[in-house]
Design a protein around this ligand. Structure first.
Ligand code: NI
Length: 236
């Protein structure tokens, strides 16, 4: 087994749809075990194959106090109700956001031996199944954000922390600092072809902590922290 590199937003592979596994062969077995090892290494609870750069419908889970699971071609067959849940993702290190998910899901998949599983899930398992199966379809939790200001910097430091806490409070007063929403339209040339095969990622984020008097440098810093810029090109 070996560790695989976790792809971080806005890596275009996170927006691609994974293909069904037709045969559980040695490469799928190796992928699954590598994904489990990677999940253990980073201390995560769920990982989808495109997060390690492979477009196959494979998910690995390791919920607290449960055995790990390998899910081949997992599907949600039914969902019930809605609830608000705080989400985080290994592909958005340092961030978390409030999203609307189902109360309960019915799901099915194959295990690594090709045995068929069917399960009704609630709570964390339901959440993780929805999150990971979304990944396989190129959907990320930021697509479900209840409000864009619900994406918070999870780092517990200084002013950022205080502001993040304030923003989680729905009774926020008007005296608090005004924070901008930022419209971002990222166009990624996936294959570097300069052809029409562009990935358009359109999103609106409150990148937290951008005051009305923020400078461009502050904005770049926040974009970088949110994973939108690979390098800080402002060398001031
Ligand atoms: Ni994720």
């Amino acid at each position: 087994m070996s560790l695989r590199k976790i792809r971080v937003f806005p890596d275009p592979i996170l927006r691609k749809k994974c293909k069904p596994v037709k045969l559980i062969d040695s490469s799928i077995k190796k992928l699954s075990h590598d994904m489990l090892e990677t999940l253990e290494y980073v201390g995560g609870i769920g990982l989808a194959a495109n997060q390690v750069g492979v477009l196959k419908r494979v998910v690995t889970l390791h919920l607290p106090e449960e055995d790990h699971r390998i899910l081949i071609n997992p599907e949600i067959t039914k969902s019930f109700g809605t609830r608000e849940v705080k989400e985080a993702c290994l592909s958005f290190p340092g961030y978390q956001g409030l999203v609307k998910l189902s109360m309960k899901v019915k799901s099915r998949w194959l295990d690594i031996n090709g045995s068929y599983y069917k399960l009704s899930a609630e709570d964390l398992l339901s959440q993780v199944l929805e999150h990971e199966i979304d990944h396989l379809n190129g959907i990320l939790y930021i697509d479900h954000l209840l409000a864009h200001e619900k994406l918070n910097d999870a780092k517990q430091i200084g002013l950022k922390n205080i502001l993040a806490d304030q923003k989680l409070d729905d009774t926020k007063s008007e005296n608090q600092p005004h924070i901008h929403d930022v419209d971002i339209n990222l166009i990624v040339d996936k294959e570097n072809t300069k052809s029409d095969d562009y990935e358009h990622l359109e999103t609106k984020l409150d990148l937290s902590l951008i005051y009305s008097d923020s400078s461009m440098e502050d904005l770049k810093y926040d974009l970088h922290n949110a994973g939108y810029l690979s390098d800080l090109d402002n060398k001031n």
